[in-house]
Design a protein around this ligand. Structure first.
Ligand code: FES
Ligand SMILES: [Fe+2]
Length: 536
């Protein structure tokens, strides 16, 4: 059993978990925790009467800190301690920001012309100099808090990794195969460890069932703006329904059923004229809200086809396929500052979007699967880990310099540190000078098809954008990489349909994929509180 030796000591950090270097053996890591509980900080600053109210009126968590001085803790207790550490950091950061805001208020007071009437210039100068000094000190404090948060998050991720590893290990010793497969994604609680809380296990097997309505109540990116001209159409399948996107007279995109109200002809075989889509069969014309505005050669009938909320933002077109009212804001998917978009590629793939997401959220397969492309020549690490806070859908891969995030409902964002194109280097993305940023949107077209939107950005070599035909080179490379995955995932899909569980035996590096499945399972059953989700 892993133990943690808790010792009382006064350090500058509220808690310090001293552990061996990151790449030590697992045995060494497991044995090496020491917990120092520290309360040497000055008291909180919160003045309850301050005008920022709830933001800063947060209870000082130190009173609730688990009493662990001098005690042995198991990993679960140590994880609890690490969580308190985060709570403390949060409280501390709020105090720091409050200090700065109060100091700014004082500066405004000093500079107030009314106050200046009864103060000499010398006094004002002196007060300002003092405040400036205090502000500089407060800014330093903020940077310290920032560093503490990073350290605390690292520790939390590490502790969580250990807890997960141990649960998986315990489970593997008692569990060799999965319980009865059911034809859908479901959760099973397996009592595997005597006296321990039950370990959750995933079951994703059988044909994918009709999509539950809750999964539709999200904004879904469906196309890149650059692909939709004033007179073109983009047909898309989304949740087993056919839609077509085109631009109205005002240039704004609209999304309507891709089925003519007259005799069900596909509208995308027609054309777009003056912001209306015209059916190629008898010429009926529809506006972007689905209203039929022209019906040649017959008496006009008041007819409408279904349309969806459709918006354009930051180079992408989004739809809301659900029945609930859409949320007011669209998420931003732009690459971070300093990156330029080099390629936008769309592919229609013969696999269910969940299987594609599982694949994209997994990096451990790279040295086995991508042996002809980006992972050519990679050695196989002795241990691959995905490090993430306990509540997060984002984190980083160890030992790869890759940050990754699952962004609900169907998006993967990743930043890859590179030094020379094609070469992975360094131990985290921040240590690399140049980066590649990837966006993968996996639109659920049907239970066996996905529309993949891929956007690639670089923070170096902007010249590549101006090389003719570069788009084709990027597309070729993206297709090569994807084909290496596809043959495997198509095989998984066949087996899944026949009853195999594609999440039969998750291990440590499967963490992000498992979290995606847990998130999706909660959405599909209509859970009020979604796991890992940030409030929108
Ligand atoms: S089927 Fe579309 S106009 Fe007749
Ligand atoms: Fe892959």
């Amino acid at each position: 059993m892993s133990t943690v030796f808790a010792a009382a000591a006064a350090l500058s950090l509220p808690i310090s978990l001293s552990r061996p270097a990151k790449f030590n053996t697992r045995k060494g890591v497991r044995a090496g925790f020491r917990v120092f509980a520290v309360f040497g900080e000055e008291g909180g600053l919160v003045d309850k009467k301050n005008p920022w109210g709830t933001l800063f009126d947060v209870e000082d968590p130190r009173s609730k800190f688990p009493q662990c001085k001098g005690k042995f803790l198991d990993v679960n207790q140590a994880l609890e301690v690490a969580r308190y550490d985060i709570q403390y950091c949060d409280w501390r950061a709020r105090q720091d920001v409050l200090t700065i805001m109060l100091l700014h208020e004082k500066v405004v007071d000093v500079l107030n012309p009314l106050a200046r009437d009864y103060k000499s210039i010398g006094t004002v100068k002196k007060e300002l100099a003092e405040l400036q000094q205090e502000l500089a000190q407060a800014h330093i404090q903020v940077h310290i808090s920032e560093a503490r948060v990073n350290t605390a998050l690292d520790k939390l991720a590490h502790m969580e990794e250990l807890v997960n590893d141990r649960l998986l290990q315990d489970r593997n010793t008692t569990e060799s195969d999965q319980l009865c497969p059911s034809p859908s994604t479901s959760m099973q609680s397996l009592d595997t460890v005597k006296g321990k809380s039950p370990q959750k296990s995933l079951n994703v097997s059988g044909p994918v069932q009709a999509y539950p309505p809750h999964l539709k109540n999200f904004w879904y990116p469906v196309a890149f703006s650059a692909d939709l001209k004033d007179d073109t159409m983009i047909p898309i399948d989304c949740f087993e329904e056919q839609w077509v996107i085109f631009r109205g007279k005002d240039g704004k995109p609209g999304c309507v059923r891709n089925t003519c109200a007259h005799r069900a002809c596909p509208l995308d075989l027609g054309s777009v004229n003056e912001g209306r889509i015209q059916c190629p069969y008898h010429g009926w014309e529809y506006s972007t809200d689905g209203k039929c505005e022209k019906m040649p050669s017959t008496r006009f009938l008041n007819v409408r086809i279904k349309s969806l909320p459709c918006f354009e933002q930051e180079g992408m077109i989004w739809i809301w396929p659900g029945d609930d009212p859409p949320t007011a804001t669209l998420p931003s998917l732009l690459p971070p500052k300093g990156f330029e978009i080099h390629a936008e590629i769309v592919m229609e793939l013969p696999i269910e979007h969940g299987l594609l997401l599982d694949n994209l959220l997994d990096l451990a397969h790279a040295p086995f699967t991508h042996t002809s492309t980006f992972a050519k020549g990679w050695s196989v690490p002795s241990l691959v880990k995905f490090l993430t806070p306990a509540s997060g859908l984002q984190g980083y891969w160890d030992p790869y310099p890759i940050d990754m995030e699952f962004r609900p409902p169907c998006i993967v964002l990743s930043t890859i540190g590179i030094s020379k194109p094609g070469k992975l280097e360094g131990q985290n993305t921040r240590q690399c000078d140049t980066h590649l940023h990837q966006l993968h949107v996996c639109l659920p077209s049907s239970t066996k098809k996905t529309r993949l939107l891929y956007r690639m950005s670089l923070d170096f070599a902007p010249i590549l954008k101006h090389i003719p035909f570069m788009q084709y080179v990027w597309r070729h490379f993206a297709e090569q990489v994807l084909n290496e995955d596809l043959r495997l995932v198509v095989g998984q899909q066949e087996r899944m349909i026949n009853g195999a569980n594609v999440w039969n035996l998750p291990v440590g590096y499967d963490k992000l994929g498992v979290r995606y499945r847990l998130w999706r399972e909660a959405v599909e059953r209509g859970a009020k509180q979604l796991p890992y989700s940030k409030p929108m």
